[in-house]
Design a protein around this ligand. Structure first.
Ligand code: FAD
Length: 353
């Protein structure tokens, strides 16, 4: 019998499968060729400081070192670079953000992540009318080549099964779970936003969030570092840049919209006033978050053979390796999961109407 069956080979299922496999644990992964993968669309940014309020990401001090180690391990294994460390230039967008920055700079926890404040005009010809600063310990991951390498590796090892998993094909009893010819001790669902269609988890508070990203070209070279000023801009090796993103709460469609394109382009044009921009691509993905923005791992409260690894919102690259490490330990040794993200201890509940 296979000990662990994982549904989904996005970033979450891949990292978990890798860690279990590295510990000598037999694992099988089912994926439908990344048909709806958010990991395939993501910009891959690793940014410890988030949003207009410049908050620190959840458990950043725990997650960041594990993420860095994991991506370096992948680079050693597959012989290419995936994680590009690059300080993000965080341009302040308005007075409110400047107020938040003042508060954060007095806070000990923020010190490792915030560079010196650079007053307006320091980054000309960028529009930095409210000043800016560098965010340390940041960068971006090339998620697509990494998922390609892992997909090929899992295929060579006989781990990956390319198929659409239908939930009604799974049978569950006290001793095992069964999907087609695979008997397993447990199944872990790492399906991204499609957990909303999963009958075991449909009643829990997982929230989809559609995002659009543009690939743009310009008549001038883009700055060679990532920029974030309410929308981010990441320069690409071919001279284009990726920029985004939009947030469509509750939306699960994959339609690229004119509104999304205009929203991103207007903000990027305001940051790069000397550039003439053109759109050369637009892509769409759906994130999966929880109501409290804390991801979850572990087992269903009523079904001890049915597990979940999901809810990474827009921070998969930062959160997934750390939580995969804990879930691996939990599965192999029974070590408790950190309580705030243990699905059984804290299932994300929907608010009562
Ligand atoms: C526009 C956008 C920008 C983003 N930017 C960033 C960023 O800059 N930095 C960052 O860290 N994160 C970012 N994210 C978030 C990031 O993509 C996610 O947090 C993370 O990749 C989620 O990984 P996952 O494995 O949980 O889900 P997914 O990547 O969605 O993987 C789920 C996999 O399961 C498969 N699957 C699902 N159901 C089935 C089934 N029934 N049968 C077979 N296969 C199935 C899917 O096809 C897919 O391959 C962004 C997301 C979006 C949409």
């Amino acid at each position: 019998m296979t000990p662990t069956l994982i549904v989904g080979q996005g970033m979450a299922g891949s990292v978990l499968a890798w860690m279990l496999h590295q510990r000598g644990h037999q694992v099988r992964v089912i994926d439908d060729g990344h048909r709806t993968s958010s990991s395939r669309v993501a910009a891959g940014m690793v940014n410890p400081v988030q949003g207009q309020r410049l908050n620190l990401a959840w458990r950043i001090e725990d997650c960041l070192p594990v993420a860095q180690d994991f991506f370096r391990e992948m680079e050693a294994k597959f012989g290419r670079r995936f994680f590009h460390t690059a300080p993000i230039l965080r341009l302040i967008d308005n007075d409110k953000e400047r107020d938040y920055l003042e508060q954060r700079r007095d806070d000990e926890r923020f010190r490792p992540y915030l560079g010196n404040f650079e007053p307006a005009g320091s980054n000309s010809p960028l529009n930095d009318e409210f000043g800016g600063l560098q965010i340390n310990h940041s960068g971006y991951v090339e998620t697509n080549p990494l998922l390609d390498c892992l997909r090929d590796y899992f295929t060579d090892q006989g781990i990956l099964c390319n198929a659409e998993f239908q939930h009604d094909e799974l049978t569950v009893d006290d001793s095992h779970v069964q999907w087609r010819d695979i008997s397993a001790e447990r199944v872990i669902f790492a399906e991204g936003f499609r957990i909303l269609q999963n009958p075991w988890f449909a009643d829990f508070n997982f929230q989809p969030n559609k995002g659009e990203i543009l690939t743009i070209a310009s008549n001038h070279a883009f700055p060679d570092y990532p920029i974030n000023r309410s929308k981010w801009i990441i320069p690409q090796p071919d001279g284009t840049a990726w920029c985004g993103s939009t947030y469509g709460r509750g939306q699960t469609d994959f339609e690229a919209t004119n509104e999304g394109c205009a929203e991103i382009l207007a903000k990027v044009a305001a940051t790069l006033p000397t550039h003439t921009l053109s759109v050369v691509g637009q892509r769409v993905g759906v994130r999966c978050a929880t109501g409290d923005h804390i991801p979850r791992a572990g087992f269903h409260p009523d079904h001890p053979r049915i597990g979940v690894f999901n809810g990474f919102g827009s921070k998969g690259n930062v959160f997934i390796p750390w939580l995969a490490q804990h879930l691996t330990e939990h599965l192999l040794t029974g070590a408790p999961l950190p309580e705030d993200c243990d699905f059984r201890a804290r299932p994300p509940r929907k608010k009562r109407a």
